[in-house]
Structures are given as C-alpha cells and as structure tokens.
Design a binder for this molecule. Structure first.
Ligand code: TUI
Length: 312
C-alpha cells in the first residue's frame, strides 16, 4: 500500500515501529526497516553516546531508511538532537513533549520531523512549527499516554491539520491498520506487537507477559502525578495504585518505578518492573519475525481496503 507516508520516508509499507525505550534498539529497528517498514531507535532515557552507537550499528545492518525517537524528557535531549543531525538520520519522531526548539536545526539538515501527539491542539502547533507529519497516539497505547482514544483522536487530528497523520494505539493486526486508514490515517505506528517480535531484545519474560495478557490486563499508573503510564498489571502496579489512592507524594511514587522498565526489559523481572504495553496486548498471541508482522499486516489490511481508494 503506497501512501503519502511511504513516499515521504521511501519505505515499502505504511508501518512504523514505535520508539520504545530499552526495546527499540538497533536490532529491532534494523529488522523492521529490512522488512519494509520504518524501524526506529528509541533514545528513551539513554545517553547521547549510546544513541550514536545504535545509529552506527543500524547503518551496518540495513541500507533502508530508519529513524530515531527522541523522548523529550531525556536529560541529554539537546545532545541527542545534535547526534541525529551529525549521523545524517533521515527521520525523527518525538514523544512526551514538544520538539519546537529543535525544529529549525532538524529542518535545515533535511531531517523529517514527526512529533507524537495526544491532542488536536499539539497537532496543530506541530504543523505550524513545520512538522512533516504527526503520529496521533491514542490512550490505548503503552507507556506515557494522553486521554483520548485512537478512534476519537485520529479523525479529529486528520480534520485539524493538512500534513499526513499516522495512527497509533490499539493496533496489532490488519483490521486495526484498515480501521486506521478508514479514519484518515496514512500509516500506522505500533509498539506492543514489535516488543513481542523475534528480533526484539526484550526478555523472554516480558514477551511472555504480552503473549499471556488478556484485554483487561493493563493498568494506568501516575494519573495523580500528571504522568500517566500504561503497563501490564503486576505487583508494581498494585502497589503503585494502592499508594496513589492513599495520596502518596510524587517522590514516593517515583521511587517505586525508578529503573522499572530496565528491570522488566533487560532483567526479566516482570513482577516488580514496569511492563509497558498497550491495551492490544490481548490480541498478540505468538512471537513472529518483524517480516511476518509487517508483510502479514499489510496484506490483511490491503485485502480489507481494496477498492476504497485510500492507498495506491
Ligand atoms: O512518549 C510516549 N510514550 C512514552 S515515553 C516513555 S519514557 C517514560 N517512562 C516513564 C515515565 C514517563 C515516560 C514511555 N512511553 N508517547 C508519545 C506521547 N507524547 N504520548 C503523549 C505525549 C505527550 C504528552 C504531553 C506529548 C506532549 C505533551 O505535552 C507537550 C506540551 O508541551 O504541551
């Protein structure tokens, strides 16, 4: 399926991998890009030196386009923004804030800028600031989230901006991709399904927790602190939600989750760690290669959308 987004990035399929902290390493990004989607290195909270190494590694693994996600709360965000330019990265996505202060530097260097937004207001602001497209990310997503569902957010963002919109949140099969296209999206971004892919470096325990998850198994912690985060329920979420209900202060809650994602992804501690995943985890039933995922979902969506004129 060719769309404005496949043309903008020079990719085969309108499928983008989320820039997930700890999980979106060179291995995953290269596998998704090699499969014809857009692989993304997730800077998360990592130092700029790590991001630079990962970019250099992906270049040795694939000649296809790939991107970097800059999580804007990263203390080294300024340095990473420069690494992106120095390394000639073609596409950057951003999360958890507004990338306005880097926009001129990136645009001058010919980097395509795709902010992830959770509201119409931020989508509009990003278009005015010069964004090439936006990812409209619904509250079904894993990790740091906004309030509005994908079903409600995507068509409202599509109507509000004239740049292409990429839908994210709650998508993990061809039906989801087709639905996103019906809402006006020109591509999808997915995270959870790629965490559970063969090439993902996430621990077996993390992948198994996604495979075993049911529809109701995710919880949102941190609503009281203004940083809502969706993870699969475990001892950590239980404890967090109990403390939050008792009115615990920000520092105490932060202590509980500090280093939690690393614990789950790298150490495989899915009991006390943060198992970030979306509501669609219940639909992910097996571990597949990135190629099987990208080609499979594209084929399913194409069959469903045939004759709609929503792609070439
Ligand atoms: O960024 C994400 N998802 C993330 S970031 C992350 S790392 C993290 N770990 C623990 C706690 C907090 C973060 C894990 N998952 N998605 C993109 C996204 N951006 N979702 C929502 C937003 C967002 C929210 C508010 C973007 C901008 C914003 O306000 C910006 C402004 O200036 O108004």
């Amino acid at each position: 399926m060719k769309t404005e987004i496949t043309k903008l990035f020079g990719i085969e399929y309108p499928i983008i991998q989320g820039g997930m902290a700890w999980v979106a390493t060179s291995e995953l990004a290269a596998a998704v890009s090699e499969a014809g989607g857009l692989g993304i290195i997730g800077a998360g909270g990592a130092p700029a030196s790590w991001v630079k190494e990962q970019i250099q590694q992906v270049k040795t693994m694939t000649d296809k386009p790939f991107g970097v996600n800059l999580m804007l709360m990263n203390p080294e965000a300024d340095a990473i923004a420069e690494v992106i330019v120095e390394e000639g990265v073609k596409v950057v996505t951003t999360g958890a804030g507004s990338p306005e202060k880097y926009m001129k530097m990136w645009k001058d260097a010919g980097v395509k800028v795709i902010p992830v937004v959770a509201s119409v207001a931020l989508a509009r602001r990003m278009e005015r600031a010069g964004a090439d497209a936006v990812v409209a990310e619904g509250t079904e997503s894993g990790g740091h989230i906004g309030e509005t569902t994908t079903m409600a957010l995507v068509p409202q963002v599509v109507d509000a901006v004239s740049i292409p919109v990429i839908a994210a949140g709650g998508i993990a099969d061809g039906r989801g991709v087709a639905a996103a296209f019906m809402l006006g999206a020109k591509a999808v971004q997915m995270g959870t399904i790629f965490v559970a892919s063969a090439e993902s470096i996430a621990s077996e325990a993390y992948k198994n927790k996604i495979i075993k998850a049911k529809d109701i198994d995710s919880k949102v912690t941190g609503r009281s602190t203004g940083h809502p985060v969706r993870t699969l329920r475990n001892k950590q979420t239980q404890e967090y939600l109990r403390l939050e209900a008792e009115g615990a202060d920000f520092e105490e809650l932060e202590r509980l989750t500090l280093g939690g994602l690393r614990k789950a992804v790298v150490d495989g501690d899915v009991v006390h760690g943060s198992v970030m995943a979306g509501q669609i985890a219940g639909l992910v039933k097996e571990i597949r290669s990135c190629r099987e995922i990208v080609e499979g979902l594209n084929a399913e969506a194409e069959a469903l959308l045939k004759g709609t004129g929503l792609y070439e």
